[in-house]
Write a protein that binds this ligand. Structure first.
Ligand code: T1G
Ligand code: NAD
Length: 712
């Protein structure tokens, strides 16, 4: 992770007088974050305005695409430097001249708190307002919890702070967050126009702190607070800061502004000290760093105006929808007309459901579907810039498809496979242009899941890798570079911690106990619920495919096979590890499954033992961390953060724990290693400490060190 260049204080905040207007501009690329030099610059600018008798109004602007994207997140965890943002906001509010904020782009977190501290606000069409601190394990710490409710009401302010999502200019105007909406594109012009209006009306200063919640609105405000508090456990399970947000906003009804500010400050410091804050900020920067790969640094992406998708099944259709959502024309090729019609229907079904739910209007659906075309003749792919193959997971079938692509696609077209496990180097060697072959591993449902593993085979050209990352940005996916191995980053690690779960199952834990422990850790579901969702038949097929090459030293637990032999594949067959009466998606524990487990243990001569929730989690996570370390050690992942991002966006690892390798650093690598060595005493074939884990623990190092050095 690279540190941005510090520029001298005065440059990042400039002030000039235009007649009676003191124009203050923050220019601190890339997002005008409120680092210490910006805070000092703002403080100085307001004080200068107050000293200058010729100044009648102050206008605050942000240069570039964004107004202010918040506090400088990189400063968190370091000793705080004066002035604190709270003091800067209080100083802005206390200015004796009206202060106006003109907002284009993002006004987020501390940036919105600066807007709230101003006396008047104007928004341009692209303006986005949010208090996303909760996504970083924090709460607004510069007066936002006290000023936002006073300006827009308790309920609206709570929603902004608890979900952290942005609202646009129109909604901000409707809520009273801004006073004006300007249709222009230039914040300077918009700001000065509004200032002239205020000067003409001799508008006074208007401190937000002086506003009170009207007596008539207090009962509804208290109801909103009570409802938010009641929903905390369900909606924000495991998170620390949401409850602090509700406490702070409660002060708006019960205390003075300054008492509320002190309470907010104390809560902010508490949140700063939590491991969650570290984990969530790690996740914030990790997903951005993951996009910084050597190939993209060396080459420009190829054009991406038209794409092809081969296969219209579960993945092909989802991938097509993701492309159409991004405005890319898609040519879908299937093996025959009935399959093509199924592919078209799979795509249309997604949009029809969105229209039915009112989340997309019919015209927009039709516009996107019109970008779709289908064919059974591969010639239809002659003009595409990139094609993604998503046909059956069979090397012979995929090789035949790539032979067709090699025959018809134009020179320079990128040829991608969505394979989950197969060897992309082998696939590349089957065509005349291996430099154009890449793996683009989407996750199901491909139009929803944000993760995209970009699998880099040995012969691929840098600009094809750069094209993969450009596509990911276009599709708003979080891309991770992965090397070629069985299962790449995510599925490879998944296979190992799944195996650890199966060993727990064989040795005495129930599938339901294991799932519960994993849910309590923060995953949305446990491994057995996951298998029932994805379909047990997929794992069964891959176990059968691997059987000939399976390591005979490794224990094999045949329980899942027993269920599959009965056709119990999970939700799609109404039962798997759980029962799903009448197609419900919430499974019920199944005593027959437990009976099968007991029988298999007997057949394997295992006397079941008791496992606590902690026992289960230590084994499950140790297996995940150990294999993740191997993936970094073998260069399949560039850095530990790439694994963390993969597990966060593709495998449900709880974001507030930062990912398995960030979590391992927090737990302590020596602790994890000690666990693995203890487990190895019972099973030395499965529990083989990763050389990287041994090396790092041995020298008191951390995975974080490797992220900072950018090395695996
Ligand atoms: N601090 C430091 N760096 C930041 C930053 C921030 N707030 N926001 C972005 N960056 C860096 C980012 O790492 C990347 O760096 C570059 O800017 C471009 O960002 C007291 C406590 C604004 C919507 O949570 O949501 O205020 O990789 O790639 O897609 O109450 O960045 O180039 O080296 O994301 O155009 C609250 C976080 C802080 C907003 C732009 N604010 N930022 O998206 O570009 S807490 C946030 C964003 C706070 C106060 C509290 C997005 C963006 P690099 P990018 P983008
Ligand atoms: P699927 O069975 O739902 O769809 C495969 C489609 O490919 C079918 O519609 C079939 O008609 C078509 N097809 C087969 N041979 C063809 C040919 N020669 N030309 C054109 N079309 C042909 O399978 P799926 O689940 O969508 O998986 C597709 C690929 O994506 C596999 O490689 C799989 O491993 C991978 N994948 C699957 C998932 C998942 O969760 N299902 C996730 C990631 C990756």
């Amino acid at each position: 992770m690279t540190e941005p260049q510090q520029s001298p204080t005065m440059d990042v905040v400039t002030s000039r007088r235009e007649g009676p207007v003191w124009v203050v501009t923050i220019d601190h690329p890339p997002v005008n974050a409120l680092g210490v030099e910006v805070r000092r610059g703002l403080m100085a600018a307001i004080e200068a305005a107050d000293r200058d008798a010729d100044v009648r109004v102050v206008l605050i602007l942000g240069a570039g695409r964004h107004f202010i994207a918040g506090a400088d997140i990189r400063e968190f965890g370091r000793p705080s430097q004066a002035p604190l943002l709270t003091d800067v906001c209080n100083r802005i509010e206390a200015c004796t001249k009206p202060v106006v904020a003109a907002v284009q782009g993002s006004a987020l977190g501390g940036g919105l708190e600066v807007v709230l501290a101003a006396h008047y606000r104007v928004a341009l069409p692209g303006a986005k307002f949010a208090l996303p601190e909760v996504t970083l394990g924090l709460l607004p710490g510069a007066g936002g919890t006290q000023r936002a409710p006073r300006l827009i009401g308790v309920e609206a302010a709570l929603n902004l702070m608890l979900d952290g999502k942005p609202i646009g200019a129109a909604q901000a105007l409707a809520l009273g967050l801004v006073d004006r909406q300007d249709a222009g594109t230039d914040p300077v012009a918009a700001g000065l126009a509004y200032v002239q209006e205020l000067l003409a009306s001799q508008a006074p200063v208007r401190p937000t702190r002086d506003r009170q919640i009207a007596a008539a609105d207090r009962p509804a405000a208290q109801q909103a607070l009570d409802a938010a508090r009641a929903a905390l456990d369900k909606k924000y399970r495991g998170l620390f800061s949401p409850a602090r947000i509700v406490d702070a906003v409660q002060a708006v009804l019960d205390r003075s502004f300054d008492e509320g500010l002190r309470l907010e400050r104390d809560a902010f410091v508490q949140c700063l000290d939590t491991p969650q804050r570290q984990a969530l900020i790690h996740a914030f920067f990790a997903e951005r760093e993951a996009a910084k790969v050597p190939e993209a640094g060396r080459a420009q992406p190829r054009p991406l105006d038209r794409v092809g998708v081969v296969g219209g099944g579960t993945m092909g259709a989802g991938i097509a929808v993701a492309m159409l959502d991004a405005g890319l024309p898609v040519v879908m090729v299937e093996r025959d007309e009935p399959s093509l019609e199924r592919g078209r229907a799979n795509v249309a079904k997604v949009y029809d459901r969105l229209v039915q739910r009112g989340r997309l209007d019919a015209a927009e659906r039709d516009r996107r579907l019109n970008l779709w075309s289908g064919a059974t003749d591969y010639q239809a792919l002659a003009e595409v810039d990139l094609v993604v193959e998503a046909v059956f997971e069979d090397m012979a079938v995929k090789t035949a498809v790539f032979a067709e692509l090699d025959r018809v696609c134009k020179p320079g077209a990128a040829l991608a496979s969505n394979t989950s496990y197969l060897d992309i180097d082998q696939l590349a060697r089957t065509v005349s242009r291996p430099q154009d072959v890449i793996g683009l591993h989407f996750f199901s449902p491909a139009n929803i899941m944000k993760l995209l593993e970009i699998v880099v085979p040995a012969q691929v050209a840098d600009d094809v890798v750069a094209t993969g990352f450009a596509l990911a940005r276009r599709l708003k996916k979080v891309a991770v570079r992965a090397g070629v191995c069985d299962g790449f980053i995510g599925n490879r690690i998944l296979a190992v911690y799944r195996q650890a779960a199966d060993y727990l199952l064989a040795d005495g834990a129930s599938p339901y106990q294991i799932d519960q422990a994993v849910r309590h850790f923060g995953f949305p579901m446990g491994p057995y619920q996951m298998m029932d969702l994805a379909g047990g038949d997929i794992g069964w097929a891959s176990r059968k495919r691997r059987a000939p090459t399976r390591d005979p030293n490794l224990r094999y637990v045949p329980i899942a096979d027993r269920l599959c032999e009965r056709g119990w594949f999970g939700q799609k067959t109404g039962r798997g590890w759980y029962l799903y009466p009448e197609g419900s998606r919430t499974g019920q524990e199944d005593p027959e499954v437990q009976a099968i487990v007991d029988q298999e243990r007997q057949d394997m001569g295992i006397v079941p033992r008791t496992f606590t929730e902690e026992d289960i989690l230590r084994r499950y996570l140790a297996a995940m961390i150990n294999e993740a370390a191997n993936v970094v050690h073998q260069g399949i992942a560039l850095r530990p953060l790439d694994v963390d991002v993969t597990m966060l966006y593709g495998y449900g690892f709880p974001r507030y724990r930062g990912g398995p390798l960030h979590y391992a650093d927090q737990v302590g690598l020596d602790t994890v290693l000690a666990d693995i060595r203890a487990f190895a005493a019972q099973d030395p074939h499965f529990w083989i400490p990763s050389p990287l884990l041994v090396e790092l623990a041995g020298r008191g190092g951390s995975f974080k060190d490797l992220n900072q050095s950018g090395q695996g």
